[in-house]
Design a protein around this ligand. Structure first.
Ligand code: ADP
Length: 694
């Protein structure tokens, strides 16, 4: 074969290898193609090829005895290539393996290799990425320099193919990643609960609208993209001009805008959209990109909140009681007009109004341990007036924390005053009731006394009246039944009957006088005690039956408030007793005197009689009480009872100072004339009950 033919064949073989490896993207396929082509081109018995790529793809092939073998092991740069007989990384030609130091003689002997050529495979950067080695020429001749060059060319083609495969794999990986990222991005955009959009500005035209638009607003995306002015036409007429203006301004100024507007959805509903538009400058000029969010519900909530706030504000402003919002220290942050009115705080300087909320209960409230409490306090209100206020303090919790409290202030001054008045009245009523009870008790005691007096009165009257009647009946029976009586005896008995009748008459007269004294109305007047004494002495002389006595009136006798007739009766009774109760043979000596006190006068009637033992001095003023038998000292026992009743009716008192055998000094105390109010002494209740039946 001549030189030209050989070269032409070689070029054809190399082109064939190049074409076949161009479309080969796997390292294994490149290795297969390379080792087969190289063995064929050089007319070798066999060979080995190894190749790796920078992304880690690697391979190793061997042809021996016409068979292609794929060893299990892989090769990486730096490692010894399995089955490779050459030990140098450089291109090498050897037709006498026995004497070549670049040849592994043992390995050559094992595989029966006598001649060989080898060449490294380099990448574009010069790094060794593989090796190609051919063994034994089939025709028994040695390898030539031509074979060596051809092998180097094949190695270059393989390197290029490896680079291509690597580049293709890299691009494929990038493409896959890009697809993945685009898909993820698309999913994100479509999954957003918002409409993502892009638009050209002039004329305004959507170039992208995410599919969410269809779900939210009901129009197909194609309508957004294809229909001129689609978006502008569906803006709420009330918002259209403003929103279009904002878009233009956004594009012109190139800065982000957030705005809200109403959009008419396909079903006719008004949807509130919040749009965030921003400008992106590119080759095609300014583009708008944005995100639309359906805020209809939020707007409705906002409206509800606004209305609720308005309602609460009107309650706060118009409340008839003071309301204050205070911080955790109890300082007023806001106060309503009623509170201003309470404290006269026109300029709203709330620092000047101290509510004094620093007690233990307020501390417990701000710590979240107490929800609400009430207390009443005294304040100085407008114009310094006293203001009783009931405070209702409630905690306001936010995020499990009390940030402030609401204090309601109720003016309870009126109620407090009324309560104080009621308490006063109650105390007065209670004391009045107590007084009334005392008076009732006194009156009851009096009535009980009167009742018992009445009992003893009735008993005594019947007893004392029956005594003379018994006597009269006894003597009358003797007179009737005893026929033996002589004249003088009959006269004596008749005399005794007469005497009993006289005694009874006297008793009845005294009782009548006593009763009259109780019933009659007594008009008090100024009475001269001198005149009373003079009249009583005159009457004493009439009743004394000529009994002698000595009388001394000591000093001046004053005027008193009293009743002349009644007082004459009183004095006459005392004087009658004074001359009666004297021991036999003793000449009665009487002394009348008076003593003036600040409001009362005392009139004394003193005698030298038998005196009265101390233990009897009280009871002698009771009716029918007598200390002596009638034979010793005659009498009815009514005289001193009349005196006591009369003096009591005149508003005075009576008493006696005496010792048995040493005379007695009776006294009566009467109101002084000048001081005493001239009253009508009302009849004694006893009178009605003692009134004799006629
Ligand atoms: P009477 O004189 O009819 O007995 P009174 O009511 O006048 O009744 O007096 C009651 C009693 O008081 C008398 O019975 C007498 O025992 C006693 N008494 C009254 N006055 C005197 C007096 N001056 N001295 C001593 N005893 C008196």
């Amino acid at each position: 074969m001549d030189e030209a033919t050989r070269t032409e064949r070689a070029l054809l073989a190399l082109r064939g290898l190049s074409v076949s490896l161009q479309s080969t993207l796997e390292v294994d396929d490149i290795l297969d193609g390379l080792v087969r082509a190289a063995v064929a081109m050089a007319g070798a018995e066999g060979g080995i090829a190894a190749l790796c790529a920078s992304d880690g793809l690697s391979g190793f092939r061997r042809i021996a005895g016409g068979q292609l073998a794929t060893p299990d092991s892989h090769w990486s740069p730096g490692d010894p290539i399995p089955g490779r007989i050459l030990t140098t990384p450089l291109p090498h030609l050897c037709n006498d393996v026995g004497n070549d130091p670049a040849v592994d003689a043992q390995l050559a002997a094992r595989y029966g290799v006598t001649s060989l050529i080898g060449t490294p495979i380099h990448d574009a950067g010069g790094q060794m990425i593989g090796f190609l080695e051919l063994h034994n020429k089939k025709d028994g001749t040695g390898f030539t320099r031509f074979d060596q060059d051809q092998l180097a060319s094949a190695a270059q083609i393989a390197a290029l193919a490896a680079r291509n495969a690597h580049a293709f794999r890299t691009v494929s990986a990038i493409g896959a990643k890009l697809r993945e990222s685009t898909e993820r991005y698309r999913e994100l955009v479509e999954g957003l609960d918002a409409i993502v959009w892009e638009a050209e500005v002039d004329p305004f035209r959507f170039t992208f609208v995410s599919r969410r638009a269809e779900e939210l607003l009901g129009y197909p995306v194609s309508q957004w993209l294809e229909e001129p002015d689609f978006w502008v036409r569906h803006l709420h007429p009330g918002d259209r001009e403003r929103v279009v203006g904002i878009c233009r301004q956004t594009a012109a100024e190139g800065r982000d805008r957030r705005f809200r507007y109403r959009f008419l959805a396909a079903g006719g509903a008004e949807i509130w959209l919040r749009d965030h538009a921003r400008v992106v400058r590119g080759e095609r000029g300014a583009t708008l990109r944005g995100v639309m969010v359906d805020v209809t519900e939020a707007m409705a909530n906002e409206e509800l909140l606004r209305r609720s706030e308005e309602r609460f504000r009107s309650i706060f402003e118009g409340a008839g009681i003071g309301i204050a919002i205070v911080d955790r220290q109890g300082k007023i942050l806001h106060g309503n007009p009623a509170l201003r009115e309470m404290f006269g705080n026109e300029d709203q300087q709330w620092e000047t109004v101290g509510l004094g909320l620093d007690g233990a209960r307020f501390a417990s409230l701000v710590d979240g341990n107490l929800g609400r409490y009430q207390e009443e306090k005294l304040f100085r209100g407008t114009g310094g007036r006293e203001l009783w206020v009931r405070l209702t303090v409630s905690a306001v919790q936010e995020d499990c924390c009390v940030h402030y409290a609401i204090v309601m202030l109720e003016d309870v001054t009126g109620r407090c005053r009324a309560e104080a008045e009621v308490a006063q009245l109650l105390a007065r009523v209670q004391s009045d009731a107590a007084g009334l009870e005392v008076r009732v008790a006194e009156r009851t005691a009096q009535l009980e006394e009167i009742n018992s007096e009445l009992d003893s009165f009735a008993h005594s009257v019947s007893h004392d009246l029956r005594a003379p009647l018994r006597a009269m009946r006894g003597f009358a029976e003797i007179l009737l039944e005893d026929g033996t009586l002589d004249e003088s005896q009959r006269i004596e008995y008749l005399g005794r009957i007469l005497s009993a009748a006289q005694g009874m008459d006297l008793l009845i007269q005294d009782l009548l006088a006593y009763s009259r004294l109780s019933r009659q109305e007594i008009q008090l007047e100024t009475v001269s005690l001198s005149q009373v004494v003079a009249e009583a002495l005159r009457q004493l002389d009439l009743v004394a039956g000529g009994k002698q006595y000595r009388l001394e009136v000591r000093g001046e006798l004053p005027e008193v408030a009293g009743h002349p007739t009644v007082l004459v009766q009183v004095l006459l009774n005392l004087l009658t007793n004074a001359i009666k109760f004297v021991p036999g043979g003793v000449h009665p000596r009487l002394r009348i005197s008076a003593e003036q006190g600040e409001r009362y006068c005392r009139l004394y009637v003193e005698d030298n009689g038998i005196g009265i033992p101390a233990e009897h001095q009280e009871r002698i003023f009771n009716i029918f009480e007598r200390l002596h038998p009638i034979e010793s000292y005659p009498g009815t026992g009514v005289g001193l009872a009349i005196v006591r009743r009369a003096v009591n009716r005149l508003g005075g008192r009576i008493g006696v100072e005496s010792r048995a055998g040493e005379g007695s000094r009776f006294w009566i105390e009467l109101p002084r004339a000048a001081k005493a109010p001239l009253l009508v002494a009302t009849p004694d209740p006893l009178a009605a009950r003692t009134k004799p039946a006629k």
